[in-house]
Ligand binder design. Structure first.
Ligand code: FE2
Ligand code: FE2
Length: 147
């Protein structure tokens, strides 16, 4: 685990992610989206941890999925516009993540207890995707003067 990942997720509360500057990709619009996704993920974690019922978890999942879809579309539009060489691979990673979240949602609606593993999975996924892929994109965009 990279040091940045640990410091980004290190917290006395095991389900809450706190934003930290080492998560910045250097592009304000993308950082703003990531902060919103972290807020929604924390809200989902709280619902799963017991503060909300089945319907509340569904609502939080739907909000997270919708915001994630919008964010991925936005990144993919930027990648296409700026001729990012790794756009195809990056978009496939996005789609794989959405498939996983939608599967969690289906399981939840089918009555399976999705438990804390969904938030652990999403937390790990979001942080590693930001650090490994989105930061690479951010560096490319900065090099083209997009901030
Ligand atoms: Fe991305
Ligand atoms: Fe992103």
């Amino acid at each position: 685990m990279p040091a940045t990942e640990k410091s980004a997720t290190d917290s006395s509360d095991s389900v809450t992610i706190h934003w930290s500057p080492n998560l910045s990709v250097g592009v304000a619009a993308i950082d703003g989206d990531h902060r919103a996704l972290i807020d929604l993920l924390n809200a989902l974690a709280a619902a799963v941890a017991g503060a909300g019922g089945h319907g509340d978890i569904t609502l939080k999942l739907d909000e997270l999925i919708a915001r994630t879809e919008a964010h991925f579309r936005s990144e993919e539009e930027i990648m296409a516009r700026e001729h990012y060489p790794e756009a195809g691979h990056h978009a496939r990673v996005h789609e794989a993540l959405l498939d996983e979240i939608r599967q969690f949602r289906s399981d939840h609606l089918a009555g399976t207890d999705i438990g804390p593993e969904i938030t652990e999975f999403l937390k790990r996924w979001l942080i590693s995707h930001i650090i490994e892929s989105d930061k690479h994109l951010g560096g490319y965009l900065e090099g083209r003067g997009v901030g």
